[in-house]
Design a protein around this ligand. Structure first.
Ligand SMILES: Cc1ncc(COP(=O)(O)O)c(C=O)c1O
Length: 395
C-alpha cells in the first residue's frame, strides 16, 4: 500500500478538507513536489545544503550512563546538533528550495515555540527569499529570544491577535495570506499536519532521520533496534524517524505526547485523549469538546502545545503500527534533568518527554535496544525551567 494514497489519505485519515479557494494553491504545490522530488538537480542541491550547511548526517550516540542506569541500550539520534538546534531545519530547507524552484520570491510560515520560525528565517536568508512569519501574540511574548533571532535574520514577525493568540491562530492567518497572494507566495508549513500534500512532504523531508538511524544502528549493533521513541507535537520528528522502519515489523514505535498538567485536565495528548475530527485541513485525531469545538492545548514544552496531530500518526494508531503514550510536565522536567546530569546533553523540553518515557519502558524491557530522537537542544527552554523551579519553590 502506498502511504498516502493519490488523494492524500493514510487509511481513513488525511485528505484535503479545505475551502474551494485553497484547492488551486494545493494542486500547484502537489504537482511541483511530485515532479521536483524526482529531479536530480533538486535532490543534489537539497543534499548539498543538508550536509554542508545543516550538518547531516547527525551522530547516533550511544548514551552509556543512562543505558547503565536503566538497563537498556539507549542510542540518541542527535538532531539537536543541527544548525539552528532542531530537526525543523530539515523541512525548512526542503520546502524553501521547492519554493525557489517554483519561482516564488516570498515565503510565509507559522510558528509557535519559534523553532520553526527561526529555521524558516534562516533558510530564507540563505536563499534570498522574502520572509513573513505569523506568530500568536501570546507566543511572541513567551518566546522573545526566538522573535529576536528571526528579526536579526531579516524576517518580518507578524503577531496574531485572534483566538487564543497561539499556534493554531497563526496557522489560520498564514492560510488566509496564502489564498490572497498565491502567485508570489509559498506557505512553508512546519509539521506533518494540514491538507495533502503537506503531511507527506514534511514526512519525506524529515525521513533522513530514520534513514540514517537505520543504517547507523545496523553498523553499530549488526541488527535493528527493538524500539523507536520520539515526542509527538504535530508529528514531524517522530514520523521522520518511524517511516523508514515502517516495513520492519519487529521494530516497535512509541510516540510520546504531552500530558501537561495531567490527562484529566489541561494537556496536548491528541492521539491518547482526542477524537477523529477535521482540523486545519485534514481528518485526524484532535482535542475537541462535546460540540466538536477545538479545545485549547497545554504543555510545558511550547513545541508540543497544539491540539491536533498529523494524519499519518492517526493511521499508525488505529492500525496499531505505533503506540502512543503521554508524559506530564513534571515528568518531562525530570527527563530534562536526567539527560543533562548524566550525559551532559541539555535536551529541548519537547525531546525530554521522549527521554522520560525510557524510565517506564525500562521496567519490562531490560537489555532491549532503543533509539530516541533527540529533536532539539534545550537552550531555548532555560527560562521556562527557571520559572518552573521558582513556582515549585513557592508551593
Ligand atoms: C525541538 C522540538 N521538538 C519537537 C517539536 C514538535 O514538533 P514535531 O512533532 O512536528 O516534531 C518541536 C516543535 O516546535 C520542537 O521545537
Amino acid at each position: 500500500m502506498s502511504l498516502p494514497n493519490k488523494k492524500g489519505y493514510f487509511g481513513a485519515f488525511g485528505g484535503k478538507y479545505i475551502p474551494e479557494t485553497l484547492s488551486v494553491c494545493l494542486k500547484e504545490l502537489e504537482n511541483a513536489y511530485n515532479s521536483y522530488k524526482r529531479d536530480s538537480k533538486f535532490k543534489q542541491s537539497l543534499s548539498f545544503y543538508l550536509n554542508e550547511y545543516a550538518g547531516r548526517p547527525t551522530p547516533l550516540y550511544f548514551a552509556q550512563r543512562i543505558s547503565k542506569q536503566l538497563g537498556l541500550k539507549v542510542y540518541l539520534k542527535r538532531e539537536d546538533l543541527l544548525h539552528t538546534g532542531a530537526h525543523k531545519i530539515n523541512n525548512a530547507l526542503g520546502q524553501a528550495l521547492l519554493a525557489k524552484h517554483m519561482g516564488k520570491h516570498r515565503v510565509i510560515a507559522e510558528t509557535g515555540a519559534g523553532q520553526h520560525g527561526v529555521a524558516v528565517a534562516t533558510v530564507c536568508s540563505l536563499l534570498s527569499l522574502d520572509c513573513d512569519i505569523y506568530m500568536g501574540a501570546e507566543d511572541v511574548k513567551r518566546q522573545q529570544m526566538n522573535v529576536l533571532r528571526m528579526k536579526v535574520l531579516g524576517a518580518n514577525v507578524i503577531p496574531v491577535e485572534s483566538g487564543s493568540k497561539t499556534l493554531k491562530d497563526a496557522c489560520n492567518e498564514a492560510f488566509r495570506d496564502w489564498v490572497t497572494n498565491v502567485r508570489t507566495t509559498y506557505y512553508l508549513l512546519g509539521s506533518a499536519v494540514g491538507p495533502h500534500p503537506y503531511p507527506m512532504m514534511v514526512r519525506d523531508f524529515q525521513a533522513p532521520i530514520g534513514i540514517e538511524a537505520r543504517s547507523q544502528i545496523l553498523k553499530k549493533e549488526g541488527r535493528l533496534p527493538d524500539y523507536l521513541l520520539a515526542c509527538v507535537g504535530g508529528g514531524s520528528n517522530s514520523i521522520g524517524l518511524f517511516y523508514p522502519f515502517f516495513a520492519d515489523k519487529q521494530v516497535k514505535f512509541i510516540g510520546v505526547e504531552a500530558a501537561g498538567f495531567g490527562l484529566g485536565g489541561y494537556h496536548s495528548a491528541s492521539l491518547v485523549k482526542g477524537e477523529p475530527g477535521v482540523f486545519q485541513g485534514s481528518l485526524s485525531y484532535v482535542l475537541q469538546d462535546e460540540f466538536g469545538q477545538i479545545k485549547n492545548a497545554h504543555s510545558v514544552a511550547p513545541g508540543l502545545d497544539y491540539p491536533g496531530v498529523g494524519p499519518e500518526h492517526s493511521y499508525y494508531k488505529v492500525s496499531k503500527r505505533a503506540k502512543y503514550e503521554a508524559v506530564s510536565d513534571d515528568q518531562a522536567v525530570e527527563g530534562f534533568r536526567f539527560l543533562s546530569e548524566l550525559e551532559g546533553i541539555i535536551p529541548a523540553l519537547e525531546s525530554a518527554h521522549a527521554i522520560y518515557y525510557l524510565k517506564p519502558l525500562a521496567k519490562k524491557n531490560k537489555g532491549k535496544t532503543v533509539i530516541v530522537c533527540l529533536s532539539g537542544r534545550g537552550d531555548k527552554d532555560l527560562d521556562i525551567i527557571k520559572e518552573y523551579n521558582q513556582k515549585k519553590q513557592r508551593k
